[in-house]
Design a protein around this ligand. Structure first.
Ligand code: HEM
Length: 378
């Protein structure tokens, strides 16, 4: 299921970018197409895959793997809610969507905690980042019914929902995973990663909570939150620039895309400081989030993990060959995506065209790699 959900996310993001360039659709529709139907199910499925690794236990049962599909249905209900024109139906669909996503996230959280308790030895410190990320997803979903219960606070609740989702759920999952994924892609162990994961989680959680609450009430609180959130990112980035510099600037390979996704997220936090203090527009940062961070992150992770997901078990030359074909020209498309996305976030919408070129290069690489491997599989 993971390869399907990864393809689903990449195709949806490419469609969303095209819609952003050529059609004027409601931003909530495009946002939920990408985030609730593309990214949320992919992250939940990836967590179901990684939790057994982090707790040294058996693979996830089918019922847990299926939670990602439940979340996808929740996302679909939310997209339909924005698309329909009847108010009562829109509210009902949004509530059904939130309920399905809550069921998926809460069940995965419960299963993760149970697995952590039964872990062989102490669970890997990356697990706590997943628990925190799921906590933020649940908090974000709880704000959905409140939008109608407490309509006079709609602006504040919407800001809590979107920051808790984008930075709490997606951001914390990404930081927790990247600390292990980039060293794996570079084939060189990072002996400081576990300590950083333990020391920095508090900064990540407090940073997101202060940004989410501060966005609606106090720019100063949001600004302090942004500074705290930057701590884990900058500590990880500094270590990478010392230990993995030879991998980060390569023309091919997952490390370049993964490293640049971290750079993109740092840039987006600075854009966030810009809109918190009234110099930039927040909706530009939302548009830039997809090319500057999500696309290099998801494509870099897929380059490294897709071969294992397609053929689990013993790793051989087939996996290495597919990995290197998928990783072709990451040093071309990832910089285009990140530069284009950050340009948009800093108020230059023409950056979308740069990102579109990056998407075309990325799609060409993916189609070429998969067609080659479908042929060699026959
Ligand atoms: C199925 C679960 C979800 C439901 C039911 C839901 C519901 C909503 C609702 C009702 C709004 C307010 C829309 C408006 O102001 O008109 C909203 C806004 C938003 N949500 Fe969600 N959401 C869900 C999942 C997510 C996820 C997983 C993410 C990100 C990872 C996300 C990101 C956003 C963003 C960025 C906005 C602001 C969109 C804009 O107005 O430009 N949502 N959501």
């Amino acid at each position: 299921m993971l390869p399907l959900l990864a393809a689903n996310a990449v195709v949806i993001m490419a469609i969303a970018l095209a819609l952003g360039l050529f059609a004027a659709l409601p931003s909530a529709l495009v946002a939920h197409l990408v985030l609730a139907m593309g990214i949320m199910p992919l992250i939940l499925a990836a967590m179901a895959y990684f939790v057994p690794v982090l707790t040294r236990s058996d693979g996830a049962p089918r019922s847990v793997e299926g939670l990602a599909l439940l979340a996808w249905l929740g996302g679909l209900a939310m997209v339909a809610s924005v698309a329909v024109h009847m108010e009562a139906l829109a509210v009902a669909l949004a509530l059904v969507g939130a309920l399905l996503a809550v069921k998926a996230a809460a069940s995965l959280l419960l299963w993760t905690i149970l697995r952590a308790r039964r872990s062989l030895g102490a669970p890997h410190p990356g697990l706590a980042w997943y628990v925190a990320a799921l906590g933020f997803l649940l908090a974000a979903l709880v704000t959905v019914p409140l939008l109608w219960v407490w309509p006079e606070q709609r602006v504040v609740l919407r800001l809590i929902h979107l920051h808790a989702n984008l930075l709490g759920f997606v951001g914390l999952t990404a930081i927790g995973t990247l600390q292990v994924l980039l060293p794996t892609a570079a084939n060189r162990w990072d002996k400081h990663a576990a300590t950083r994961l333990k020391q920095d989680l508090g900064f990540g959680i407090c940073g997101v909570a202060m940004m989410a609450i501060g966005a609606g009430f106090s720019s100063l609180l949001a600004g302090i939150g942004a500074a705290l959130f930057l701590v884990p990112l900058l500590r990880m980035g500094t270590r990478w620039s010392m230990d993995y510099a030879d991998h980060l600037g390569r023309l091919h390979g997952a490390s370049t895309a993964l490293g640049l996704s971290c750079f993109g997220l740092v840039g987006l936090i600075f854009a966030g400081l810009g809109h918190a203090f009234g110099y930039l527009n927040g909706s530009d940062a939302l548009t830039g989030f997809v090319p500057a961070f999500l696309l290099p992150l998801v494509s870099g992770a897929a380059m490294q993990l897709l071969p294992v997901w397609l053929r689990p078990g013993r790793q051989d030359g087939w996996h290495e060959k597919l990995r290197s074909t998928l990783g072709r020209y990451s040093g071309l498309h990832a910089p285009l995506l990140v530069a284009g996305g950050l340009a948009v976030a800093f108020g230059y919408p023409q950056g979308l065209w740069l990102a579109a070129v990056g998407v075309l290069v990325l799609l060409a690489v993916v189609v070429n790699a998969l067609s080659k491997f479908c042929r060699s599989d026959k």
